[in-house]
Design a protein around this ligand. Structure first.
Ligand code: CP
Length: 306
């Protein structure tokens, strides 16, 4: 694995190797991640053309725990704002001896384009591109599921909400099917969960209670207004009434089901606070595991594994 652009097309062995490598970075109490010298002398450039709290911060923490030097380009104050092209930006940062580019971009395909133009010793990690892919989110989601449920083969997983605009949903579906989940469902209104998602090997539901019935894992998604181009939507209250996950609705899933969300959460829209902060929520452990998973991905693409 030289770049990490999407989980689509990667083998079960490769995905499992990422999860196993991440396990090496998680200490026994699941919270502290060891500092190691695997990327000492390497330069990691964080290029976030879209906003981020979790991904950008955990990539920075992960790079520092691998002993890399980390540079966060402030895109709003960069020369991209003066019209410099994406590839010219990359060429100039490459001239500063970048080893790894971590790229989030509003355009699907931007990290792939960059990967086609960098020198062979430079690695590109996709931190989320348009509605295409968010591969490290998928891997931290898989790590979380494996941590709490051990084996994928018996699991029924529901992904609920704005699946259409979600790069997380697409990457999770690819990773879950490759890792052998028994059943993957997508749940939401017809406008946000089109029937053609069945082509990805998932079952489509338009009613929340039915969609999460007997599920082991429920992954909630926010409405991605920034990718909707003014499409007509129900009000937040109407949406919450139909698709918001409340403690009552969660009872349709298995009693030991875990509730996940990539964040940011919109309380009272797709999820009630009682669920987000409740005993079945693993939303914050997902964030913590993101550090180890991003350490694993960067060390693997750089060829300096634990
Ligand atoms: N899950 C996720 O990508 O969150 P951020 O947008 O805060 O990075």
């Amino acid at each position: 694995l030289i770049h990490f652009i999407t989980p689509e097309g990667l083998s079960r062995d490769v995905l499992t190797h990422i999860l196993d490598t991440a396990s090496n970075f998680v200490s026994l109490n699941d919270r502290e991640v060891k500092k190691v010298p695997l990327l000492r002398g390497k330069s990691v450039f964080n290029l976030f053309f879209e906003n981020s709290t979790r991904t950008r911060t955990t990539f920075e923490i992960a790079a520092k725990r691998l002993s890399a030097d980390v540079f966060n380009l402030d895109i709003a104050k960069s020369s991209a704002a003066k019209g410099e092209s994406l590839l010219d930006t990359i060429a100039n940062l490459s001239a500063m001896a970048a080893d790894i580019f971590v790229v989030r971009h509003q355009d699907s395909g931007a990290p792939f384009l960059i990967a086609q133009h960098v020198a062979p010793h430079v690695h590109v990690v996709n931190a989320g591109d348009g509605r295409h892919a968010h591969p490290t989110q998928a891997m931290l989601d898989m790590f979380t599921i494996r941590h709490f449920k051990q084996d994928f083969s018996n699991l029924r997983v529901a992904i609920v909400g704005d699946v259409l605009h979600s790069r997380v949903a697409r990457s999770d579906i690819h990773a879950l099917t490759t890792l052998g989940a028994a059943e993957v469902r997508v749940v939401g209104p017809r406008t946000l969960v089109p029937a053609d998602f069945t082509q990805m090997g998932v079952r489509v539901f338009h009613q929340l209670e039915e969609g999460i019935q007997d599920c082991d894992v429920v992954i909630m998604l926010r409405l991605q207004h920034e990718r909707m181009n003014g499409a007509l939507l129900p009000s937040s209250q109407e949406y919450f009434h139909q698709y918001g996950l409340t403690p009552e609705k969660l009872r349709h899933a298995k009693p030991d089901a875990i509730v996940m969300h990539p964040g940011p959460i919109n309380r009272g829209v797709e999820i009630a606070s009682e669920v987000a902060d409740g005993p079945q929520s693993v939303i914050l452990p997902q964030v913590t595991f993101g550090i180890a998973v991003r350490m694993a991905v960067m060390s693997i693409v750089a060829g300096n594994e634990a």
